[in-house]
Design a protein around this ligand. Sequence first.
Ligand code: GRF
Length: 193
Amino acid sequence: MKQVAVCISGNGSNLQALIDAAASPDYPVNIAHVISNNPEAYGITRAKNAGISVSIVDHKAFSSRQAFDQELDNICQEHAIDIICLAGFMRLLSSWFVSKWHNKILNIHPSLLPAFKGINAIEQAFQAGVKQTGCTVHLVRPAMDEGPVLVQKTIDIEPGDTLEAVKEKMHAIEHTSYIQALEQVATGKYQAR
Ligand code: GRF
């Protein structure tokens, strides 16, 4: 059973999906801890409702990225974490942290990487007029939204779709993608360099 920390900044619907998956005895993961850099994140309530401990690490209280990442590292060690899942975590991690946790950090991004990196990826795809977009769960490397792909799923953008409709479709595929990707890493089925 792998011990997992989930890092969030907001709503935490992906966190909720992982919590729900981990409630099944067959799922090889225990969501051991949640870390939020945003004291207002709704995901904190989700974690508490599930009886999961939470650390609020407000990046504004840290003088440097390295100091913030050092605190994340300390917390993960205190909780004997094996795998870190970034789920709507709006902070870039330093190369030091990413190297230290090589192949043990997952991220989810709402586009078919390498297309539409960065923020507002759903809007970027919508405005570009592409007929398909999707989500990517990948292992984290120091460069933003880069790293070996674990799972990708696609959705169609139909002619009448509003941006809101596309966002709804996106969230539905994100949740199943993250559950599958984390299982691959937790069971060692995915061997990355
Ligand atoms: C998701 O769209 C994810 O792909 C992106 O941030 C969003 C987080 O949503 N990185 P939630 O907080 O899990 O609901």
